[in-house]
Design a protein around this ligand. Structure first.
Ligand SMILES: Cc1cc2nc3c(=O)[nH]c(=O)nc-3n(C[C@H](O)[C@H](O)[C@H](O)COP(=O)(O)OP(=O)(O)OC[C@H]3O[C@@H](n4cnc5c(N)ncnc54)[C@H](O)[C@@H]3O)c2cc1C
Length: 446
């Protein structure tokens, strides 16, 4: 049955109306990712029953996505829904008001944020006393001609579902032909961007395609699957020496590392800067990110990559009572002199520190500057292997994989979330992975 067609409704008057009757200061937090959700909850915990303050969190989706497990979701190792967490129950527990709204603009002079729900025709202008910008960053798919049309992004929950379906669909298509050249073209999987996300995804795709799917398609030649990771260096942001081991692992598993830069994407495949084209029906784009257009449009001092410049108290340069953190902020790490790397690890620590800063401002207390030394790095490479550097202790292979699983399982936001993911992993140990393609007819998409 087709989903009912909806037209924008004239709703919107009361969605974020509660604090307008309140005399308490309104702290408005934009973005429901690691930075925004953690700031909202940490501040609510610190102020509950002690300080009169209205905390409002606005994000375009009513769930929080645990990105470190997105590669597992995209390859079916965990259920996609199990890496999503509804924000409302988290907020409701601590009295944080939540609005599932898109931020369209920010008026810094009048201290107002203009928001709108996608089902509403009405724009709301919401006043803030203090504003926290945690709108993250999105992949720059439009960096190369044709990438926006022909490459798959890898950032959202929907991207994970789309990638998994597309990969399985390509196997189904390859099974319909005996032509080895066509099979090879259909089963060439390219990931552009060899950072954390791209490397993890490529390793997970290798496990899914060669390790699992091939065994279900006897008519497909074993050498038909080609996997290409494109990027000048593997794990370029790795401050420790894990990149070399990760590269060794990937090459040993038959993954090609293409150092030439990506120039264009078309129906035929990926064209590199040196003019070569790799024929492929599956180009996944993870290279480069850009801050939200809302942040980019603010007339404020920015770093080269458009992230907002903030000091050690998260105060945005050039704006009063505006703070930024996470992927949309460029805050200098005093230990390195360079901005903190954009990771969930940093965003969570910044959020806790920002909650302290805001609490101190509300109570007239002493603000503590944020200083954080990266605790370590872990990159899962599937097939029960990973690389990890934990405060100087280097681990590779199974021990690193086991520690990655344990640490990230503990980082999941709720007990229910942990149980679901652990059950997925346990099922994976004893049973075959589900390789069904989830077909949703276009008219059934909502
Ligand atoms: C595939 C992948 C794997 C990763 N793996 C790791 C890892 O293993 N370890 C690690 O430390 N980091 C990892 N990262 C990086 C990590 O996800 C980010 O650094 C982290 O999410 C930054 O948090 P944030 O809150 O600043 O931004 P985000 O998590 O991106 O949150 C931004 C939020 O703002 C919302 N938003 C954006 N624009 C608007 C708007 N106009 N209106 C309303 N809402 C809006 C978004 O919907 C989103 O909810 C990974 C990233 C990806 C993409």
């Amino acid at each position: 049955m087709a989903a009912p067609q909806t037209t924008p409704l004239p709703i919107g008057g009361r969605v974020l109306a509660r604090p307008s009757t309140s005399l308490a200061p309104r702290i408005m937090i934009l973005g429901g990712g690691f930075a925004g959700v953690t700031t909202a909850l940490e501040l609510a915990k610190r102020t509950a029953g002690v300080l009169p303050v209205d905390i409002t969190l606005v994000s375009e989706q009513n769930f929080f996505l645990f990105t470190p497990m997105l590669a597992e979701a995209a390859t079916g190792a965990v259920e996609t829904r199990h890496v999503l967490y509804p924000i409302r129950p988290l907020c409701g527990k601590w009295g944080v008001e939540f609005g599932e709204m898109s931020v369209e603009a920010i008026d810094l002079d009048r201290r107002r944020v203009i928001v709108r729900h996608r089902r509403s025709a009405v724009r709301q202008r919401v006043h803030y006393d203090k504003l926290v910008l945690a709108l993250g960053a999105t992949p720059t798919v439009d960096i190369a001609p044709g990438a926006a049309e022909h490459a798959l992004p890898f950032k959202e929950a929907g991207d994970a579902m789309r990638i998994r379906n597309h990969v399985i669909n390509l196997f189904e298509s390859a099974a319909l032909t005996d032509d080895p050249w066509v099979q090879r073209q259909l089963l060439t999987f390219i990931v552009v961007g060899a950072g954390h996300a791209g490397t993890e995804l490529m390793a997970a795709l290798e496990e899914l395609t060669r390790g699992i799917l091939l065994s279900h398609y006897p008519s497909i030649r074993q050498d038909s699957v080609r996997l290409v990771l494109v990027g000048s260096t593997i794990l370029p942001q790795t401050v420790t020496k894990l990149a070399a081991y990760a590269q060794e692992q990937l090459l040993a598993r038959g993954i090609e590392h293409e150092k030439a830069r990506a120039a264009a994407v078309s129906r035929e495949g990926l064209t590199l800067k040196d003019g070569r084209t790799i024929p492929s029906q599956c180009v996944i784009w993870t290279a480069g990110t850009r801050v939200s257009p809302v942040v980019a449009s603010l007339h404020l001092p920015k770093a080269r990559d458009d992230r907002l410049k903030v000091n050690e108290f998260f105060e945005v340069e050039g704006a009063r009572d505006v703070y930024a953190l996470g992927d949309n902020a460029a805050q200098i790490n005093p230990h390195t002199g360079a901005p903190y790397v954009a990771t969930a690890q940093v965003a969570i620590r910044q959020a806790r520190a920002l909650a302290d800063v805001l609490e101190a401002e509300l109570t007239g207390g002493q603000k503590k500057p944020f200083r954080f030394r990266v605790l370590g790095e872990m990159v899962p490479l599937s097939r029960r292997t990973a690389v990890a550097d934990l405060s100087g202790v280097k681990l590779v292979g199974f021990p690193a994989w086991f520690i990655w699983k344990t640490i990230y399982m503990l980082k999941l936001p709720t007990l229910a979330a942990r149980v679901r993911v652990v059950l997925d992993w346990t099922v994976e140990l004893f049973f075959e992975r589900d390789v069904s393609e989830l077909t949703v007819k276009p008219e059934q998409e909502t």
